[in-house]
Design a protein around this ligand. Structure first.
Ligand SMILES: Cc1cc2nc3c(=O)[nH]c(=O)nc-3n(C[C@H](O)[C@H](O)[C@H](O)COP(=O)(O)OP(=O)(O)OC[C@H]3O[C@@H](n4cnc5c(N)ncnc54)[C@H](O)[C@@H]3O)c2cc1C
Length: 380
């Protein structure tokens, strides 16, 4: 039986970042994933994700954003590829918007805020918008377009020869963690489980704390292409009537990519087959037509993706949607990584390093907010 120091099950953005960090630390690591980069399954596929330095979800994420920023720059230097393309990020909502207020507060703690502060100013600065004049607006200069698939490829490239392209199962034994596929058997001293929407079967008791939802994405032919060009038009997060709609400037000649952040219907972990129809993308089309007429237009491409949403904790209360990154309380050899809830990608370079540290250094502890023992089923 092959042996290794660490096995990584699941090589989406999180698992491939961990694999990469472990290789860089000289660890004897093997990764498992049936998918090759570019296959449209899991939560990390597709060309891009939003990188925000300041995160309305929780001020505590700013530190992780900064660590991730340094991580992306290091991976760019190593791979020679551009992985994080700079872009402003504009957030807008009705007067009193919590989203805008918390991003503003997080940004203020780190320095000055420039740019439009209300709808009228945003419409003047970015003609694609038609926001109500009195809406709240904040623009962060230090955002970016994370090239998701290119990043996963760069992470995996550094680990060639250590990847087994197969579905894996694991069994904890006294001698180690037995990781098996149809044709391979590996005994690992530690295992990182980063299986995205497929994670629950690996970690008994986790299922009731997670909810996997179907998220639909569309590319729209902009009515005024000159107003949505990369570099002149920001990434946007707009609190529409039926949920927050976010999107990107046209940086790859495919039109404006946009989607709704509100959780879609609960999905099975393998529900990929059906692309969204116009009805499913109606919230996005309507929000673009109302608040970003320059970006609105016919749908040219569609995609489906899954969020693995963390539900509210019941022991150490939180608002939900916080990551799960921790050692399994009943078996410290198992490291659990479920950092999604629709906002994990931007942090992957830092989360990969955190997971590698958790596997290699028993003194390392995850941030309190990410620990499993906030759930009664995992109390220490
Ligand atoms: C539509 C959409 C938009 C998003 N936008 C943003 C954004 O703008 N900014 C942001 O920061 N985040 C965003 N996110 C969230 C982000 O993409 C996710 O948090 C991140 O991709 C999660 O990565 P992961 O590696 O945990 O999961 P995944 O990418 O799902 O990886 C899990 C991997 O595990 C593998 N696997 C499963 N079972 C097994 C098994 N038995 N054996 C071996 N391998 C297995 C799968 O093949 C898969 O490759 C978005 C997500 C979606 C869906």
């Amino acid at each position: 039986m092959r042996t290794c120091e660490v096995a990584v099950i699941g090589l989406g953005l999180m698992g491939s970042a961990a694999l990469h960090a472990l290789v860089r630390r000289g660890a004897d690591v093997i990764g498992f994933d049936p998918l090759v980069v570019g296959e449209a399954r899991g939560s990390s596929h597709g060309s891009c994700r939003i990188y925000r330095r300041f995160n309305f979800e929780n001020d505590a994420y700013t530190e992780l954003s900064d660590a991730a920023f340094a991580g992306w720059r290091a991976l760019e230097a190593e791979s020679g590829k551009t992985l994080l393309r700079p872009s402003r990020v504009l957030e807008a909502g009705p007067p009193g918007s919590k989203m805008v207020a918390s991003s503003r507060a997080a940004a203020r703690r780190k320095g000055t805020i420039t740019g439009p502060t209300n709808g009228a100013e945003a419409n003047a600065a970015f003609p694609a918008f038609r926001l109500p004049d009195n809406w709240d607006v904040v623009v962060q200069e230090s955002g970016g377009i994370l090239m998701a698939e290119a990043a996963m490829r760069a992470f995996r490239e550094g680990a060639a020869g250590r990847i087994i392209r197969a579905n894996a199962q694991m069994q904890r034994t006294r001698d180690g963690i037995r990781v098996t596929t149809q044709s391979e058997e590996v005994l690992a001293a530690k295992v990182i489980v980063a299986a995205g929407p497929w994670i629950a079967p690996f970690i008994p008791g986790l299922k009731r704390h997670l909810e996997v939802t179907r998220q639909v994405v569309g590319w729209f032919t902009p009515a005024r292409p000159e107003t949505v060009r990369y570099g002149e038009f920001p990434i946007f997060l707009v609190e529409g009537r039926r949920g927050m709609v976010y999107g990107f400037p046209d940086f790859e000649g495919r039109g404006v990519k946009a989607a709704c952040h509100a959780h879609g219907p609960i999905a099975g972990d393998d529900e990929w087959h059906k692309l969204p129809d116009d009805r499913e993308l109606d919230v996005v089309s309507a929000t673009l037509a109302e608040f970003l007429p320059g970006a609105a237009g016919p749908i040219t491409e569609r995609d489906v993706c899954l969020y693995t949403n963390t539900l509210k904790a019941n022991l150490r209360a939180d608002d939900g949607e916080e990551f799960i990154i921790d050692r399994l309380p009943e078996d410290n050899r198992v490291i659990v990584a479920s950092p999604c809830s629709g906002h994990g990608a931007k942090f992957a370079s830092a989360i990969g390093a955190m997971l590698a540290d958790l596997a290699l250094d028993a003194r390392t502890q995850p941030p309190q907010a990410f620990r499993l023992d906030r759930f009664s089923g995992f109390a220490r």
